[in-house]
Design a protein. Structure first.
Lengths: 232, 226
């Protein structure tokens, strides 16, 4: 009887440990993601007694790879497998003492983490993969300034219910899609009146796009010069 | 001693900002004549923010702007902003804010830090010259018994560059102290310091004020008899 109780306690403990392990950090080690574009960034700011300190896991999936992610439960890809998927998860488990209420990922390429060149990244399909948040509260998500596809975007925003550090709360897996691959840009989290900024992956138009654009400009210039050249 | 150090630091930052900041467009909260006077300070002002960490110079090239603020008694707030969509509970002060966005990116959230003090209600208001984009949601976290932040979220309806928020408010029975807040977007965050926030000290209740007055009268009477 005593042996059965001990076995029961051990199995329950292992189950809890496994569950915690499974819910935290899934993006940083997902084999379906681009290896060079997955990992964890620490976000921290402390003023007086308040300490905002949380990790953000991130992963970028090449077109078609997102729905093949077993770690994410083979989620539906809102781009139909045509675009890159940018995924993030906030983990308030680093010993801070304030709740995290928002994740924002920038597209303006501003300093300190952007390259200063504001590209048209065309982010689309903002949302989240349910089932990864603890407790299970869905975020509200929106592009900034809005979800109109014809308006240039400044940031992707996910308003969170308030991830409590005392219970190591985590967000769902938060994502958007883009036809373009990653570069570094600014990401920020907020909570307790504090904000912390660090580098997170964000889309950039591929070099081929720039080359095509440059070619178009060159051809236009040649055409203009030919038209201006005197006849004969 | 730590409180003194914090206060000294905050006043130093405030003075530096006040001496060097470019003039920013301020709304009525920044100079409101009916703001709460605690015996030495009238609680109103305007605090610049800048994501490059230097709010003294707003270059217009990142997350920038100002947050106007004022603290009111319930009577003063209800008289200044009647039928505005918000009214603090009886016996509590209204802590009010308005965000003015400059720079190159919209603002999607203001979080006002609170040092684990009790709060009452939270909301937004328009009227009395205070108007703009209303928040999508508001919350006091983690709870109203021991709050660490008052959150005003504009996710889904951000405040564009060159625009302002509506009036933002929360209440507390505690008198104000200089603290801080943060704003976010364009993927950037900026500290807004100082902002008023509830201190550990309660508003003196009317009965306390009456008792103190009676004690002073008695002291005076006793002295005159000698």
């Amino acid at each position: 009887m005593r042996k059965a109780v001990i076995l029961c306690v051990i199995s329950i403990s292992l189950t809890i440990l496994y569950a915690v392990g499974a819910s935290a950090g899934v993006l940083a080690t997902d084999p379906a993601a681009l290896p060079a574009w997955q990992g964890t960034q620490l976000f921290q700011q402390t003023v007086f007694t308040l300490n905002l300190k949380a990790n953000v896991d991130f992963a970028v999936y090449s077109p078609g790879a997102f729905s093949g992610s077993a770690a994410l439960g083979n989620p539906a890809d809102p781009s139909g497998g045509n675009d890159y998927v940018y995924a993030y998860q906030v983990l308030n488990d680093q010993g801070g003492n304030v709740s995290v209420t928002q994740l924002s990922v920038g597209f303006l390429d501003l300093p300190p983490n952007g390259d200063g060149v504001d590209d048209a990244e065309v982010p689309q399909n903002i949302g989240f993969v349910d089932g990864f948040a603890s407790p299970d509260v869905d975020p509200s998500s929106s592009f900034n300034p809005n979800n109109n596809p014809n308006v240039l975007k400044q940031a992707a925003d996910w308003a969170l219910a308030g991830l409590d550090p005392s219970t190591s709360d985590t967000s769902d897996v938060l994502f958007f899609t883009s036809p373009y691959g990653p570069e570094w840009d600014n990401g920020s989290i907020l909570g307790g009146g504090l904000g912390a900024t660090n580098a997170l992956p964000s889309p950039v138009p591929e070099p081929a796009t720039f080359v095509l654009g440059l070619l178009a400009v060159c051809l236009a210039a040649v055409g203009w010069a030919k038209r201006r050249r005197p006849a004969g | 001693m730590r409180h003194l150090t914090n206060t000294t630091f905050l006043w130093g930052v405030s003075l530096a900002v006040a001496l060097t900041a470019r003039s920013a467009v301020s709304g009525p909260l920044a100079t409101h004549p009916d703001a709460f006077f605690d015996g030495s300070i009238t609680w109103h002002g305007s605090t610049p923010f800048d994501s490059d960490g230097n709010p003294a110079v707003l270059e217009g090239n990142d997350l920038e702007g100002t947050v106007d603020w004022a603290v009111f008694t319930k009577t003063a707030f209800d008289n200044a902003f009647p039928a505005s969509g918000y009214s603090p509970p009886a016996g509590e002060l209204a802590y009010t804010f308005q965000i003015n966005v400059g720079g190159v990116t919209d603002v999607s959230r203001l979080a006002v830090g609170i040092n684990n003090e009790p709060t009452g209600t939270i909301g937004s208001f328009s009227g009395g010259g205070v108007a703009g984009i209303a928040p999508v949601s508001t919350s006091l976290l983690p709870n109203t018994t021991s709050t660490t932040s008052a959150e005003f979220s504009f996710v889904g309806s951000t405040i564009p560059v060159g625009s302002s928020s509506s009036g933002l408010a929360f209440s507390s029975r505690r008198i104000p102290v200089d603290f801080f807040g943060s704003v976010v977007d364009g993927g950037l965050s900026a500290l807004v310091i100082p902002l008023p926030s509830p201190s550990p000290v309660n508003i003196p209740e009317p009965s306390t004020v009456v008792l103190a007055g009676m004690a002073l009268v008695l002291l005076g009477w006793r002295r005159s008899r000698r």
